[in-house]
Write a protein that binds this ligand. Sequence first.
Ligand code: AMP
Length: 403
Amino acid sequence: MAKKTIRDINLTGKRCFVRVDFNVPLDEKDGHMVITDDTRIKETLPTIRALIEAGARLILASHLGRPKGQRDPKQSLRPVAMRLAEMIGRPVDFADDCIGAEAKAKALALQNGGVLLLENVRYHAGEEKNDPALARAMADLAEVYVNDAFGSAHRAHSSTAGVAALMPAVSGLLMEKELTYLHDELQNPARPFLVILGGAKVSDKIQAIDALLDKADVILIGGGMAYTFRLALGHAIGNSLCEPDKADTARAALDKARAKGVKLLLPADNYIVQEMDFAAKTVGPGKYTNPGEDIPDGWEGVDIGPETIRQYAAEIAAAKTIVWNGPMGVFEIKDCAKGTFAIAAAVAANSAATTIIGGGDSVKAVKKAGVADKVTFISTGGGASLELLEGTVLPGVAALNDK
Ligand code: AMP
């Protein structure tokens, strides 16, 4: 996707409105909000450092949590300003509101290489409605728009799309990397191109399956959505997660795969249990079905079995491009996580392939499996990465200037 980046324009002395994803997890300790994981800040440091080196004046903006248009002090970005200052080794000024007189004065006071962080854009109800007045007020602070918040690019909000339309708009380095791996590389992938899709529901992934059936050579299905496919093929699935009203859709996908010569594989065997307490992260005693065997009444499938792992790992080893989105089972519970971790290991072991982890739970699984440094690219955006795989044009990307 040939979008202009911060390398394509002269930013020296320019006030840049930089939309980042500082939506970090916070925890209350001794009356203060403390950042428990600063990965999202780290991800955007290359862009921030490059802008500082270019002599730009940085006005950073982000959402945090879901304050729904209210000023909730527990969802303030103030702790992020302090952490960021430590990380970049220079002062980070903070404005209590993302628009208005204080923000304007502080933006105008910035020197070349200076950094200002604005308060949570979602303190304004207009943000999520892409309110033009809010976009105009934010645009009033800056001369150039930079978007490095890939994880928010699938939403047309004031700070992701509205502001971008009002001034020259380019992508940051993280955004550029995400688009390279999740879009550009997949236009002409090295083959075999294999996609692993898991997670809870067929309805969440069917658009991606449909779009990928036009591109992929092999699609491996796992997770809860596999059971709607099993049902569509006339198998008994016990109490497994299922969307009976999506059985026709699943059948249509199987038909399309056959017509297109795409190898679409379903789990041959499953780990099944009679009781699961998701909140307590426990399951009752479980067992594996035999390959091809149906799931008996009173039991539910919670992971793929050893024969499926063997088959999927063989496909993964032969692929040249691999995209993975969604876990193979209820991986949050230890007894149901073996399949997901085995797939993570298989993907990581194929060092000859370009391996792309498409956000959300698959990223957690790859990290938990300790193989994050062995894959080519890990996306920072779950929803956004899935929408890109579906072939959707993301509003936050569409708003950026073409090269
Ligand atoms: P998604 O957000 O669609 O990628 O789905 C991720 C969720 O799917 C995780 O919370 C998993 O626990 C859940 N999941 C995966 N496999 C199953 C399954 N067999 N039954 C119920 N939930 C599952």
